[in-house]
Design a protein around this ligand. Structure first.
Ligand code: SAJ
Length: 419
């Protein structure tokens, strides 16, 4: 079968590579021409373990090509839509990318094509998009073309392993659609494949990420309470987690990335009622950078340094450790919050361009360092030596990477019990 993958981003490109290396003829459609050029020359525009070798293999064996030309995706057997579904300013879903991908698909597909939406979408969206295709093509959904929601469930940093070994949910608009999609994904999926309806599948995907978000919010609320009682929440969590049925998540400066901060809103978006829990969890997580700001301001007060004179270095811009992805990063929100209040904000992130080239250089003459990302290299820093470069020694740990407070520092960490 010939496959067109619409959108060569964090999910689309790895998915296109997997199908190409499983022997399919794959064309990736992407409107960003610089991405098309890069991919065709065998280079990935995203950082992910194994991606470079896997992409080179797919390009060299001739099974994968990228294009910005709609004509080249005409008449394919399968269309896999992997575009972003972000939120608008008012936190309602922005389905414009999805709709435009569906329109492109409708213009290109033939009778009998299978259309798969991998993007995370509000419940009922696949049915609505099937209707849109019917209107645009005159084809009958489930008879003249097939359609399914098959959400990705991979975690950045482990994409190529998880694509293969995770189980997969496939929600067809009818039985035949589910069966065809299952057959397709069997090409590389070694995990189980579960078939259901498209609306169930949409809800499952959103429930998974909402589960994680709400659990992190609970951990963050525990962290607040622990500060109130002067308890180190990490010790408390470790002890609570010795209970066989308790598994508390990790508190921190916030929840970033393309998925967790938005999926709870997608889940709520088509509902008549919301019961408060999911939204409240979102608010708790969205406010965590403010907690880090409070810890910083309290520390400055301790040394009587007016904030407007302070030089602050933020360590880590990406939303999670060992990643270059800064989408919805709590680190950026933290910087936004403090930048008008302090003299200077410097940034250092070994994975992110446009930040200081060296940590030493960034810390020179600074008053405070704030760790906002749990990159591996931040776990073994020699703060005694680094402190020597600083004008004042304040260290704020937003990700619990510094296990022992370094001597001579004013040290505060989210969840560490001191305000
Ligand atoms: N975080 C915490 N505490 C925790 C766990 C995470 O503060 O205990 C923070 C992280 O620092 C990060 C954010 O949450 O800022 C999200 O990170 P993550 O590692 O939980 O998740 P993502 O966004 O990289 O990937 C998630 C995964 N979903 C689940 O684990 C339920 C992944 O499997 C999904 O495929 C992905 O979202 C997606 O694309 O939807």
């Amino acid at each position: 079968a010939e496959i067109a993958v619409i959108g060569l981003g964090y999910i689309g490109l790895p998915t296109a590579i997997m199908f190409a290396n499983a022997g399919f003829n794959v064309i990736g459609y992407e409107i960003r021409e610089e991405v098309v050029k890069k991919v065709n020359s065998g280079n990935s525009h995203i950082i992910e373990p194994e991606i470079e070798e896997m992409l080179k293999r797919a390009i060299e064996n001739g099974n994968l090509r990228a294009t910005s030309d709609k004509k080249e995706i005409a008449g394919k057997d399968v269309y896999i839509i992997c575009v972003q579904t972000p939120l608008k300013e008012d936190k309602t879903p922005d389905l414009s990318y999805l709709e435009s991908a569906v329109r492109t698909t409708a213009e290109s597909m033939k009778k009998g094509s299978l259309v798969i939406i991998e993007s995370t979408v509000p419940p009922m969206t696949t049915l609505k998009m099937a209707k849109l295709i019917e209107d645009l093509t005159g084809f009958k959904a489930g008879e003249d073309f097939y359609m399914a929601h098959a959400p990705e469930r991979v975690m950045p940093g482990r994409i190529f392993k998880e694509l293969v070994y995770n189980s997969r949910i496939i929600g067809g608009i009818n039985e035949k659609s589910s069966e065809l999609a299952e057959l397709l994904y069997r090409a590389f999926v070694k995990g189980q494949i579960f078939k259901t309806s498209s609306t169930t599948s949409e809800m499952v995907k959103l429930m998974e990420n909402t589960f994680r978000d709400v659990n992190i919010a609970l951990a963050n609320e525990f962290a607040f309470l622990a500060h109130h009682y002067g308890v180190n929440v990490f010790e408390a969590i470790e002890l609570a987690n010795t209970h066989p049925r308790v598994k508390i998540h990790v508190p921190g400066i916030g929840v970033g990335g393309h998925c967790l901060p938005k999926d709870p809103y997608l889940l709520l978006s088509s509902a008549k009622e919301d019961f408060g829990l999911i939204k409240k969890a979102r608010e708790i997580n969205e406010d965590m950078p403010l907690f880090a700001k409070d810890l910083l301001m309290n520390s400055l007060k301790l040394i009587n340094l007016p904030p407007e004179e302070a030089v602050v270095v933020v360590l880590g811009l990406s939303y999670k450790g060992n990643s270059d992805d800064t989408r919805n990063s709590p680190s950026l929100k933290f910087i936004e919050e403090i930048k008008e209040m302090v003299a200077e904000v410097r940034t250092y992130d070994p994975y992110v361009e446009g930040t200081h080239g060296s940590l030493e250089e960034a810390l020179k003459g600074a008053d405070a360092a704030v760790i906002a990302t749990d990159h591996s290299e931040f776990k073994s820093l020699d703060w005694q030596a680094l402190g020597g470069l600083m004008r004042n020694k304040i260290l704020i740990d937003g990700r619990h990477v510094v296990k022992e407070p370094p001597k001579g520092f004013i040290f505060k960490g989210i969840g560490r019990g001191e305000c």
